[in-house]
Design a protein around this ligand. Structure first.
Ligand SMILES: CSC[C@H]1O[C@H](OP(=O)(O)O)[C@H](O)[C@@H]1O
Length: 346
């Protein structure tokens, strides 16, 4: 997949995005012409995935600037700051969302006229998207070198083009390895309860003619024990000095991979690193009961029974073999200074 997951529509001055809740049955581009429409699209995971959320957050600030009814720079900036809070509150765990918002807001705040603000915000937001696309290819290249010429890779959730601008992080590594002539087969965990793996990862890889099989999340351990899995590659939503936050179930796979001596890789851009917080400080998104209690109209839980629907879990660094970034492959343990954006000495 090379089309962009989310982008600015110059004609309608709005944000266009692939509505991922409809995949794989329907491929529809949705338009968001207000910040609240974008916020709802993020809450509903119509657009999702840490890097894609960074782009969405940045474009959300550009949209706020484009539609602001304030007549002067200070009024527009006040509107942007109000909308930044709305967008940040949609999903707390992926660090990229707040990072993308703050980066574009900062570019806007450096301007002195409404026209400059609108131009700078959109330019910076598009730069976030373009840089993400380029970083995914660098991550792919750096990670592809780690994979054997012929291998089976397990992945969890969707860390593909749909979670980024394009190409993907974990799936970017797989795409780049295939492009380099390696024979990579993928085992995609369905990733309950929203099935990003069976719906999105299988959709992406099958469209790219990359061999993929979907399994239940609970089948992964048995396949590792049978020796079917050569490596595990996942994405990330936030990387602190002591843990990797990713889709719920990642920790389970990491423990099993460690037990079976299978390399466990995390593929993520530097914008996912958080040098401020440690594991204990990070809020883990709790999502609605109904995501567990229903599948469409089918009831999966009795009324009155509570659900604990965590969207992410932390995996301690001692279970991570390496973090594949656009600047190279990092091996834990990390110092906080390792996670600073300016770190170049790989
Ligand atoms: C390339 S990061 C993708 C990351 O985001 C996913 O979460 P969600 O689908 O809830 O946005 C999942 O954690 C993926 O690994």
């Amino acid at each position: 997949m090379t089309e962009r997951t989310i982008f600015w529509d110059y004609e309608s001055k709005s944000i266009s995005l692939i509505d991922q809740t409809l995949l794989p049955a329907e491929y529809r581009i949705k338009s968001c012409s207000t910040v609240e429409e974008l916020a709802e699209a993020i809450r509903r995971l119509e657009v999702r995935g840490a890097p894609a959320l960074g782009v969405a957050g940045g474009l959300g600030i550009a949209l706020s600037a484009a539609i602001s009814e304030s007549s002067d720079a200070s009024g527009i900036i006040a509107d942007l700051r109000r909308d930044a809070l709305i967008l940040k509150a949609t999903r707390p765990t992926a660090v990229n969302l707040a990072w993308g918002i703050e980066r574009v807001l900062k570019a806007a705040e450096a301007c002195s006229t409404p026209e400059e603000i609108q131009k700078a915000a959109l330019s910076e937001a598009e730069a976030v998207g373009d840089e993400d696309a380029a970083m995914c290819r660098e991550i792919g290249k750096n990670g592809a070198e780690l994979l054997p010429d012929k291998c089976t890779v397990l992945t969890h959730c969707n860390a593909g083009a749909l979670a980024c601008s394009e190409w993907g992080t974990a799936l970017g590594v797989i795409r780049s390895a295939c492009k380099a002539g390696k024979e990579v087969s993928v085992i995609s965990c369905e990733t309950r309860p929203l099935n990003q793996g069976s719906r999105l990862t299988a959709f992406e890889l099958s469209r790219d003619n990359i061999p993929v099989k979907t399994i239940t999340d609970s089948s992964a351990a048995m396949l590792m024990r049978k020796g079917v899995i050569d490596a595990v590659i996942v994405g990330a939503d936030r990387i602190t000095d002591d843990a990797v936050f990713n889709k719920i179930g990642t920790y389970m796979h990491a423990v099993c991979a460690k037990h079976h001596n299978i390399p466990f890789y995390v593929a993520a851009p530097y914008s996912t690193f958080d040098s401020e917080l440690s594991e204990a400080d990070v809020e883990i998104e709790l999502r609605a009961r109904d995501e567990l209690a229903f599948c469409g109209d089918k009831m999966l839980m009795p009324d009155g029974v509570e659900a604990l629907n965590y969207a992410f879990d932390p995996t301690p660094m001692n279970l991570i073999t390496a973090v594949i970034t656009e600047k190279g492959v990092l091996k834990p343990p990390f110092e906080r200074t390792d996670l600073l954006p300016g770190r170049r000495d790989i």
